[in-house]
Design a protein around this ligand. Sequence first.
Ligand code: AMP
Length: 541
Amino acid sequence: MKGLMMDYQLTLPAILKRADALYGPKEIVTRKPDKSFHRYTYADFARRAKKLAIALKKLGLQDGDRVATLGWNTYQHLEAYFGIPCASLVLHTLNPRLSAEDLAYIVNNAEDRVLLVDETLVKVLDSFKDEVNLERVFAFTYDDSPAPEGTQSYEELLESADESEFEYPDPDERDAAAMCYTSGTTGRPKGALYSHRAICLHSMSLGMTDLFGICERDVVLPVVPMFHVNAWGLPFVSTLVGSKQVLPGPHLDPESLLEEFQDEGVTVTAGVPTVFLGVLRKLDENPGAYDLSAIRAIDIGGSAAPEGLIRAYQERHGLNVVHAWGMTETTPVGSASILRSWMDDLPEDEKYRIRAKQGTPSPFIEIRARGDEGFVPWDGETMGELEIRGPWVARAYFKAEDGSEKFTEDGWFRTGDIVTIDQNGYLEIQDRSKDLIKSGGEWISSVALENAIMSHEAVAEAAVIAIPDEKWQERPLAVVVLKEGRSATAEDIIAHIAPHFARWQLPDAVEFVEAIPRTATGKFLKMKLREQFKDYTLAEK
Ligand code: AMP
């Protein structure tokens, strides 16, 4: 027998409608490129998001067409987060830190028709625009500055629209609302395509007290960028529940962030460890200089938050860090480490150890880990690859030409993270099966670097491994074997590959060796190589 409840669709138009009706006076604050602040209300935001939806429709776009963005965390980007899906189009966020080659590939693969670009990022667009077929480009500008050359004005686009023409669309909740590309372990980046339903349910989960507990009284400052993994879904949940939003624009330095935490009364912030290591250093150097008493949680993820970082915030500054885990393919938050009531009496050291794990899965997210002999027991010791399923986990990639190996036969997603799961269901990442290096929260593909290095005529073989780094967490080291009788310097090799990568993706050092250890089947044995270079410090080079 079927239940008799309405089949109400969980969609972004429903979130915008609610925000417009209930949170009109609440504030959205943006740090502009010149460091001054732009302030407006939810009522202004909703009006402009609706105008964007109307204006985009008038450009002749069809339902489901992709509209890309290249922007910082700003009010215009927030308008795009809602205006694009509320025109039955798909919001495609582009990461300006990627190389021109990757960006061109991603825009072409997604078949983006229109791009909204922040005026400060037009240089990035120029680096790949000749390789793509964008029909229109509109620039987010500030304080009446004219649209940069080669772009049209976003403000004029909005002005051209009449808000009274707006009608809330009623898409199927399974329709695509947004997309974001992930870095491939091998091959090219792949598109995760988020449905309205996935984003709505994910937003509800972030509002739960046992996760991030985002609510109307919160003042939320996402440091995590809106150009990647939906800024962990914070713009969506904040708009759903009507939190004040503080968007830091391009200024992600500790001083700017600390000013905003204090002056705007921020209660929740979120970002990668690198950012909060920098903030911690600033706080340590200036004890008592900032009043951060409003902060109730600093949500850290994207890379492992070291126990020492969690401890330092708590013990030296009385600030609560929540360690979370997620992926592009999981919308992105899949777990967070929050202590259970029955852990209250544990020794402090033990509590920190648990808080430093990646935590328990969000409601409706299921986890299991597969080892060589099947699924591993939840004993906190046996390692396996984390598999996950749930309503906001990808079931395929966009234009799924490749990537099917990421999904199990029974429909779970293989994360590539090697984990243990303890008796209480807390997962802890031990290693990564995917061959990627994560530097400051951004990926570097070791395979792509290796292929590029091996195209140098003097190189016989090359392996790239991650070296732990205090500031960036991991940095790439290239280990190279030269062909017999040939010579090349580290500089030659870096110069050879430099045109194909963003500068920050280039190896920090190149080490020359006689041979790279291999497995029985001839693959590089990176574990062995990592072991060989475990005491290597990049700073010395
Ligand atoms: P991305 O798709 O770029 O968001 O990257 C997802 C990957 O980042 C995960 O599969 C992990 O390898 C890594 N990651 C995310 N959060 C954490 C965390 N809290 N600790 C360790 N690794 C993490």
